[in-house]
Ligand binder design. Structure first.
Ligand SMILES: [Zn+2]
Length: 417
């Protein structure tokens, strides 16, 4: 009896010691982590990082990388852009698990497009989170992570097209003139949208000209119209009571149209400048509807997969299913290469601008004030030279989107930590 008590006491002592070790380790890790700097006003970051009508809540540039990672728990103007997509990932995976449990699956060629759709959606969400979380580090990081975000968008477009083709399309649509060209066309337009977004981002500076919008919108619209054509055809030709996925497909289209609206127009912040700095930005609403659209899409694809899986290999042939799936990583490689080539070009431009900026001296009182007060940006040639900013607003720290002096923009920090 006493031996038993002694053994229990020693086990308890060991457990307490373990807990102490874990607590010490946690304290050590916590104390060694840098803490993200307080957020600043739009006038205190380079023009490249400023968003129209968002006046505060910016994270300072050139902090330690870990500060941007930890800023996931900080209150700043990108917080909800990060969290809307960060939470969409687990939601998608939980719905996937629930559907697999309820409808079942077999690991064969018929299941591959569905798996690729999930991979494409998760890749897109992950790259979007990375872009919104890490882009504030520097001009290089901003371009790199947004170029990668465009790769994610292209992959999501193609993943959706694979799902629409193999699970949603009707035989009449596949036999039309669009059917045979659909998959190569979807891959081409997916790559083209990625290339056009990268080009437009690298080419144009704020205030963005209409050409930039046209450059981005045309390939993206063509890609979407082609990708959604089997869904629209099905909604128009098949009875809504006949197939359970029909309402989900309609909801998918409705949420995507709302996505497009909030992506292209900076509302509601346009009407309330400075009031949507933390919550209420059009881009956050765009993220929410995009996440909803993806969930509706997943549900609809599962419904169609469950009804059609037995006939899929017979209808399409295993060869076509496997080829379509090989094209997925091939497109990914093409898009990544395109993003890297554009990044290389951008790095040269940034280096040229830095050389240009460091060789120039302040030419007026405004510049003198600029170069002597901006401690944070002082190490950054791009951010310290307002002289170049007159021609290139993306690199100007002290002018707002309309070229107004910073003094007119200065506001109290809305939510400095
Ligand atoms: Zn985004």
């Amino acid at each position: 009896m006493s031996g038993d008590i002694l053994q229990r006491t020693s086990t308890l002592t060991l457990n307490i010691k373990h807990l102490d070790h874990i607590r010490c380790l946690a304290d050590h890790i916590y104390s060694s982590l840098p803490s993200p700097g307080p957020t600043v006003a739009a006038s205190q970051v380079p023009g490249l990082f400023r968003e129209p009508f968002i006046l505060s809540g910016y994270r300072p540039v050139r902090q330690d990388w870990r500060c941007y990672l930890l800023s996931v728990f900080q209150r700043h103007n990108e917080s909800l852009n990060v969290w809307t997509h960060l939470l969409a990932g687990p939601v998608l995976l939980l719905r996937w698990r629930a559907n697999v449990g309820a409808l079942g699956y077999t690991l064969d060629a018929a299941f591959l497009p569905l798996s690729l759709f999930l991979v494409s959606a998760c890749t897109s969400l992950f790259l979007s989170v990375a872009a919104h979380l890490l882009q504030s580090h520097s001009e290089h990081a901003h371009y790199f992570f947004f170029f990668m975000d465009y790769v994610g968008v292209a992959m999501y477009q193609y993943g959706s097209s694979l799902g629409h083709y193999f699970y949603t399309s009707e035989a009449a649509w596949r036999e039309s003139c669009v059917g045979p060209l659909f998959l190569p066309g979807a891959a081409f337009f997916g790559w083209l949208s990625c290339a056009a977004y990268c080009f437009a981002k690298a080419r144009y500076r704020r205030p963005y000209p209409l050409r930039r919008k046209i450059c981005q919108v045309i390939p993206a619209t063509l890609s979407y119209l082609l990708g959604i054509s089997p869904v629209v055809h099905r909604l128009l030709t098949v009875s809504w009571t006949q197939e359970p996925a029909q309402p989900l497909l309609a909801l998918q289209i409705a949420s995507f149209l709302l996505c497009a609206l909030f992506f292209s127009c900076p509302v509601p912040e346009r009407f309330f400048p400075g009031r949507c700095d933390f919550v209420g930005q059009g881009h956050q609403i765009f993220h929410l509807f995009l996440s909803l659209c993806t969930v509706f899409q997943l549900e609809a694809l599962f419904q169609d997969y469950a009804r059609r899986r037995d006939a899929m290999v017979e209808v399409f042939g295993a060869g076509q299913l496997w080829w379509a799936c090989v094209s997925f990583p091939a497109l990914f490689v093409c898009c990544v290469l395109t993003a890297l080539v554009t990044m290389r070009h951008m790095d040269k431009k940034l280096a040229e601008h830095q050389d240009d900026g460091s060789s120039r001296k302040p030419t007026n009182a405004y510049d003198v004030n600029r170069t002597t007060t901006d401690g944070a940006g002082g190490s950054n040639g791009l951010a310290t030279t307002n002289t170049g900013g007159g021609n290139d607003p993306a690199f100007s720290t002290w002018r707002d989107h309309k070229g107004m002096p910073a003094s007119t923009l200065e506001r109290p920090k809305a939510y400095a930590n």
